[in-house]
Design a protein. Structure first.
Length: 428
């Protein structure tokens, strides 16, 4: 039976879990793939960090970059993370030296995937990144293989478990944003610095990768990104009263031969499938022809879910399959027009915290009329004790740039207490 020598670089929670899994399941993986996976080397920032397995001198690499040069290595699993620095250097060197690469690094693939893909194709090696998007949800391989017959029109969903845990816990546990964030960090659902999860950057990186796979295009950085930091308990409660849930969603869709990529908090109907996805789960929804709508859900992060995706990629290489990283050759990938969402139409929820004085509502509605935005529903929640009022307005479908113009114009009015809010509504 053939053998494949592997180097694992990065031994955090995921790297350590993968190492132990490969040691324990070596025989069954060899049987299933007709090739024996052998961990030849491991490397990490610190050898002395406390781990629940022993590291021998025989397999330890002091310089992680030696893995890319070693003639004994066939495959490198990069689990360092980050788009720059050591991870970038390792992956570029590995592919140039004709080593297969498996990575969970969404930031690296979102930024340098096109260049790395060309190097892999030129050197006839694999660059696999199933684990970079939604952990244990097998969306990348589904798009590359299972759904290859389909013309994808739209991909959207919940791509970040941390933000989903926070929003659903605020709803179900009746707690405010900071309380839930502290719990998420305590339980390991959020990093000590969770900014990439909270500001939408994590979802944006994953969405860029999915867009490229869905539409056979090069990775494009024209994307609208908003996070969840401004969502508070009052927004959650208002959404419930209106028959909605708030989720941080990523959308990529092709309309009139243009692709629109967007990440933002979204009001979705309680009756919709995606509204029921709570906690740290992810869900990806694909609209295509002839398949129709497909939904894949599962754990989006964590050592076990990510290892599941990594083993899928490693197994593909064990079988000897040389594949294009983005499903088709770089020569066949397209330069499609990506457009901003300013000209798109959305219904929206707008919330204004105002002084409870005469003429405020008429002033606000006049601003809507001046911007050709039609109002569907108005709710006023006065707070007599504080001399303030919360005004919630639901609009008919309106141009996005007009909605944002209203937020800006009303935000400068003398009666505004807090920065106004805009949350788009998706009724699909």
């Amino acid at each position: 039976m053939k053998k494949l020598n592997i180097a694992i670089v990065g031994l955090g929670n995921i790297g350590s879990y993968l190492y132990k899994y490969l040691i324990k399941n070596k025989k069954i993986l060899a049987k299933k793939n007709n090739c024996i996976p052998i961990i030849k080397f491991i490397s990490a920032k610190s050898r002395n960090r406390k781990r629940d397995f022993k590291i021998t001198d025989k397999i330890w690499l002091n310089n992680y970059l030696d893995a890319a040069k070693s003639k004994e290595i066939d495959l490198i699993v990069e689990l360092i993370g980050g788009a720059e620095g050591p991870a970038k250097k390792l992956v570029f060197d590995a592919l140039k030296n004709k080593k297969h690469v498996v990575t969970a690094n969404k930031a690296l693939i979102a930024k340098y995937g096109d260049v790395l893909s060309k190097i892999a194709e030129k050197n006839k090696v694999n660059l696999e990144f199933e684990a970079s998007v939604c952990g244990g949800v097998p969306i990348v391989r589904s798009l590359k293989e299972s759904l290859i017959a389909n013309k994808i029109i739209k991909v959207f969903g919940i791509f970040n478990g941390t933000s989903n845990y926070i929003l659903s816990s605020m709803d179900n546990q009746n707690k405010n944003f900071n309380e839930v964030l502290n719990n998420a960090q305590k339980y390991g659902y959020a990093e000590s610095n969770p900014s990439a999860d909270l500001n939408g950057e994590d979802v944006a990186a994953k969405l860029k990768i999915l867009s490229s796979l869905c539409f056979n295009s090069f990775i494009n950085h024209k994307i609208h990104v908003e996070g969840i930091k401004d969502i508070d308990k009052e927004d959650i409660d208002n959404a419930n009263k209106l028959g909605y849930k708030i989720k941080l969603l990523g959308f990529s869709e092709i309309i009139n031969k243009k692709i629109y990529q967007r990440v933002h908090p979204t009001l979705i109907k309680k009756s919709s499938y995606i509204a029921s996805i709570d906690g740290v789960l992810n869900a990806v929804i694909i609209d295509g022809k002839p398949v129709g709508r497909s939904i894949i859900q599962g754990e989006g992060a964590g050592p076990s879910a990510t290892t599941s995706a990594l083993i899928s990629d490693i197994s593909s290489i064990l079988r000897g399959n040389i594949k294009f990283p983005f499903s088709i050759s770089n020569k066949e990938r397209k330069k499609i027009n990506f457009s901003e969402i300013r000209e798109r139409y959305f219904s929206a929820y707008l919330r204004f915290e105002v002084k409870d004085i005469q003429g405020v509502l008429s002033n606000i509605t006049k601003t809507f009329a001046n911007n050709n935005v039609s109002i569907k529903r108005i709710i006023q929640n006065p707070n007599k004790n504080k001399g303030s009022s919360s005004i919630i307005i639901i609009t008919h479908s309106s141009k996005d740039k007009s909605l944002n113009k209203i937020i800006k114009q009303v935000g400068n009015k003398y009666f505004i207490i807090k920065k106004p809010k805009l949350i788009r509504i998706d009724d699909n």
